[in-house]
Ligand binder design. Structure first.
Ligand code: 5GP
Ligand code: 5GP
Length: 234
């Protein structure tokens, strides 16, 4: 058999088409610290002090369009704090840890890089992962979007899911997924906002699929963080 240029081209294209993609898009997930703290589990402020009353980053998570996702993709590329050392003060502001006991953030960032970031090594290295998330946070000012619609952090005040989703959709252009948790009195509250991001981690897109099975109920609270307490204060 002669192996001409055309055969080679066809063979190569088939090879490319049959290589599984490492992921299709990202969820960019931000958490509301007031809701993280106002739950039965409670929270601990980072060693660097109480974070500002603003949404903060939980993670940037590669996902497949069928709703499944890869995780812990490369144990040979563990988190190396020296690679983010000059980003640490920005990370402490925009990606603080609220888990107990109080930490400096490194454990949280390590977890997010190793579980999720390593699954998108085709587009960024460790430093690039954190930079991409920080830049997405700047692009979507969720607190501002909600405030523009008259939704401000306050205890005991309820909003419909429609009002919350509309406020964010208007500001960002695409409908987010809202995840709730439950406060100490059993009321649903806005806990996390998921936005979809293209496979280059730069632009928000319409979500190809939403996470399943975490319903919020129709009326949700957007609790204050300035009046919240950490476990150490209770
Ligand atoms: P939970 O079960 O608390 O909702 O999620 C636990 C963890 O699983 C999340 O923090 C995240 O690391 C991962 N996870 C949950 N749902 C999704 C999802 O839809 N996509 C991705 N990529 N990760 C998820
Ligand atoms: P994921 O749910 O992304 O798989 O895991 C989150 C992990 O990071 C959990 O082990 C959780 O205890 C830890 N963690 C540390 N700080 C925070 C925080 O501020 N928010 C959330 N959601 N998880 C945190």
């Amino acid at each position: 058999m002669t192996f001409n240029g055309r055969t080679l081209l066809v063979t190569q294209s088939v090879a490319i088409l049959t290589v599984a993609k490492d992921f299709d898009f990202f969820y960019f997930v931000q958490q509301w610290p007031g809701s993280y703290c106002d739950s039965r589990r409670g929270c601990c402020y980072p060693k660097t002090g109480k974070p500002a009353e603003d949404f903060s980053i939980h993670g940037l998570w590669p996902n497949y369009v069928d709703g499944s996702y890869p995780s812990n993709c490369d144990s040979s590329n563990p988190f190396d704090d020296s690679k983010v050392s000059n980003l640490e003060s920005v990370l402490q502001e925009d990606w603080p840890t609220l888990a107990c006991p109080s930490g400096d953030g490194l454990k949280f960032w390590r977890h997010e890089w190793e579980k999720h970031g390593t699954c998108a090594e085709s587009i960024f290295d460790e430093r690039g992962y954190f930079e991409a998330a920080l830049s997405l946070k700047k692009k979507a000012n969720l607190l501002h979007a909600l405030e523009n619609a008259g939704i401000r952090p306050a205890d005991g005040k309820f909003h419909t899911m429609g009002q919350i989703k509309d406020a964010i959709t208007k500001a960002v252009g695409y409908e987010p997924f809202i995840e709730c948790n439950v406060d100490s009195s059993g009321y649903h509250q806005l806990y996390q906002v998921y936005q979809c991001v293209d496979a280059s981690a730069s632009n928000f897109i319409k979500c190809p699929v939403y996470p399943h099975g975490r319903p919020c109920g129709t009326e949700v609270e957007f609790p204050s963080f300035s009046s919240a307490s950490s476990r150490d204060e209770l």
